[in-house]
Design a protein around this ligand. Sequence first.
Ligand SMILES: Cc1cc2nc3c(=O)[nH]c(=O)nc-3n(C[C@H](O)[C@H](O)[C@H](O)COP(=O)(O)OP(=O)(O)OC[C@H]3O[C@@H](n4cnc5c(N)ncnc54)[C@H](O)[C@@H]3O)c2cc1C
Length: 402
Amino acid sequence: MTDVKSIAKEMYPEDLLGYAEKLTEGELKVLKNLRNELEERVRPVLNESYEKALLPREEILTAFKNAQIMNHPDLFEGRDEKWRVREVYNAFLYLELARFDPSVATFYTVHGGLGYNTILIGGTEEQIEKYGSLVRDFEAQTCFGLTEPDHGSDIAGGLSTTAERKGDTWVLNGEKRWIGGAKTADFIPIFARDVEDKKIKCFLVKKDSPGLRVDNVQNKIALRIVNNGHIYLEDVEVEEADRLPNIHGYSKVAEIFTHTRTDVAHIAMGTAAGAFNAALALTTDREQFGRKLAGFQLVQEKLARMQANVVAAIGYSVRVAEIQESGTQDMLNSSLAKMHNSLVMRETVALAREVCGGNGITLETNVARFFTDAEAIYTYEGTHEINSMLVGREITGIGAFV
Ligand SMILES: Cc1cc2nc3c(=O)[nH]c(=O)nc-3n(C[C@H](O)[C@H](O)[C@H](O)COP(=O)(O)OP(=O)(O)OC[C@H]3O[C@@H](n4cnc5c(N)ncnc54)[C@H](O)[C@@H]3O)c2cc1C
């Protein structure tokens, strides 16, 4: 067995078809370091953070930074590229994060996925150099401000936050909701409609800008560790230099989603894997009727079904990652992968909770976090229905949204 094969097999036993063998030794090393960092820094505070709905921001960011998950030199070996890691590594990065904890993966995706890609796709070379490197090196935290209180699924046409140009300054007014990580972000990409040409544009709103207020959405039952901001913008001023000029209209936002929706497919894959691993651990340990729970036929059928779901989800993720790497990714594949992986994730976390019995609803066995968090993943970055209609429109030629 080569080194890569044996390391991959040891790190991801749930990957029965061996997709992780597509990783390089350097990429596996970064993922291993990330695992150690998360175990050392975040594991000890994980359940308490969930219960108290607190974000252990410093612990998480330090783990990401120390493991150099976006900028380790090994990730760029042989690549004529300094901003983007390989997509297959990206898929396994999300597997690693989400199988540890879906909130941690979500906190990363709003920063290193949505926020980062908004800068890479929307920014000038100068802005990418300035803001992209801050994000990539974890010197600053960002997020993604699109959804509004009155516009979720219909945000494309409904976005109502306004931007008015006054000389070299833009004035923003409106509200945003559900914005992951907004409360602590150093700058927030805010999507707003230009009152002049009615096009959607994107502005980097700095923390502590006058007129900006961020409250956290309270009493959530899922992703309790991630703070979701309700943002109020009242005459918030942004310099023209902090507008991302390549975002002019919703088609550019859709381009960001084509790229990042696969990240959520990967998070769903990792969440399914995490729940499965936790259920396997409990059922091979706990005894009832004098034998291990995993020794009962009815339990094994569920374990096998979870295992099959995880393998299918990894397969979807890795293939779309490869297509993305080749530069031919489209919305159909992104939506298909997000829809599929979220469906199998939802079934898997429910089965995992079920085979753990009462222990499946406590935090100690780990299953409960995956079970509740899956509900948010099923909904964000295009709900199941919206993604299924995006797929439906492609395969039938008929738009069914309205
Ligand atoms: C935990 C969490 C984190 C999030 N993070 C962010 C973030 O960081 N940044 C950001 O911008 N947004 C974020 N979102 C917002 C997320 O993208 C929206 O929740 C999502 O787009 C759905 O919008 P909604 O919740 O308003 O649901 P609604 O649009 O009100 O939909 C409610 C239900 O109706 C269905 N529905 C809507 N329209 C149709 C239709 N035409 N046909 C059939 N069914 C339909 C939906 O599928 C859904 O089941 C987050 C959301 C959550 C829950």
